[in-house]
Design a protein around this ligand. Structure first.
Ligand SMILES: *Cc1c(COP(=O)(O)O)cnc(C)c1O
Length: 360
């Protein structure tokens, strides 16, 4: 049905546009641009009423099903503006395809990836001036889908909104790539196999908040999750995937349904493999990590995700004990990966994997 999806455009008058925030204190997810993309779905028409329109509220019935039963999925990717003014996306189709994997698990309609990518490019062209260019900044893109049919009863919604909003963001950490202190939860879990851990769905984040608050009280910034059955195997950290460098093996947990298949994770695996690093996707227990630490074989650890790109782990807190990793400093591989990924994204280095996509 969406084959003939037309996108209408309603622009905000030049005089009504928002003032752009200063590039050196953008924060993350605080500012939003002048326009958004929105389209609607119902059983008869499929996707329809696609529009680029002024950023703003939309009407939701208090009985809208997402508010009760949680049918909500999202994505997160970034656009960069290069010195010559050209705008590039990083692996955007991977994010949109992943959204369709999420949609399937949540009984929501698939999005037409090509059409959405085209609309996203048009939206970015319109909002070009909003894309910051200072070191470490980018335009964060948040595609979202919600079930909006007003109905009380547990079944898939018959109506959906899909929209994209844009937010200019600063470096996730002011110092660039700074080591973080991570809380290993031995009590609460994030996801189980057979559940929705691999889906970017709102409920996963709501369910993580309680443990995040415990982590913050312990002076940590994020939670490192262990598997739900044995509380033994490493899963992921906050909204990032995790890597450990033990001796000369770079280890990350395998994708078995309970962790998010990160685009950054995949990029790290491909890059390090091309550098000749021995990288493995395998089960790794917290005991193995701590034993390697004890024996001085744990070289470094880092998280990977769109928001911070690479975030080194400086310290683990587990069962009230603290374990300093690499003296709390950024490891060599973390620094190299952070620099390389940023350089590819900003077009300062050859993109041999063809990850960047030009807009317009
Ligand atoms: C988004 C996300 C990631 C990282 O995925 P990227 O595609 O690299 O941004 C990892 N874990 C969770 C739970 C996430 O939500």
């Amino acid at each position: 049905m969406w084959e003939d999806l037309e996108v209408t455009l309603e622009k905000v008058d030049e005089g009504q546009r928002k003032e752009k925030p200063s590039q050196d204190n953008l924060g993350f997810g605080v500012h939003f641009t002048d326009h958004m993309f929105l389209m609607k779905w119902d059983r008869e028409k499929g996707w329809h009423d696609a529009e680029i329109r002024p950023y703003g509220d939309f009407h939701l019935d208090p009985a809208a099903m997402l508010l009760h039963y949680g049918q909500a999925i999202f994505e997160g990717l970034k656009a960069y503006r290069r010195d010559d003014g050209q705008v590039f996306l990083f692996r955007p189709a991977d994010n949109l395809e992943r959204m369709n994997v999420s949609a399937q698990r949540m009984c929501m309609p698939r999005i037409p990836v090509d059409k959405v990518l085209k609309s996203l490019k048009a939206l970015l062209y319109l909002e070009k001036e909003w894309i910051p260019m200072a070191e470490g900044t980018a335009l964060y893109i948040r595609p979202t889908m919600i079930g909006v049919e007003p109905f009380l009863g547990v079944r898939p919604s018959g109506e959906y909104y899909f929209y994209i909003i844009l937010s200019p963001v600063g470096a996730y950490y002011k110092e660039g790539c700074r080591p973080t202190k991570i809380y290993v939860s031995d009590e609460y879990v994030r996801a189980v196999k057979g559940g929705v851990g691999y889906v970017k769905t709102s409920g996963n984040y709501a369910a993580s908040l309680y443990t995040s608050e415990i982590a913050k009280k312990a002076g940590c910034t994020q939670v490192l999750w262990l598997d739900a059955c044995e509380h033994k195997y490493i899963e992921e950290v906050g909204t990032s995937n995790i890597f450990f460098m033990i001796d000369d093996e770079l280890v990350t947990p395998p994708l078995e349904g309970s962790i998010l298949p990160g685009v950054t994770r995949d990029s790290v695996i491909k890059l390090t493999d091309s550098w000749g690093v021995n990288v493995s996707e395998r089960k790794i227990s917290i005991d193995e990590v701590l034993a390697a630490h004890e024996q001085g074989r744990l070289q470094e650890a880092f998280g990977s995700g769109t928001a911070a790109v690479i975030s080194p782990v400086g310290e683990l807190c587990y069962k009230e004990k603290n374990y300093l990793i690499n003296k709390g400093e950024t490891g060599e591989l973390s620094a190299r990966l952070f620099a390389e990924l940023q350089a590819i994204q900003k077009g300062e280095k050859e993109d041999s994997f063809k990850w960047t996509v030009r807009c317009g």
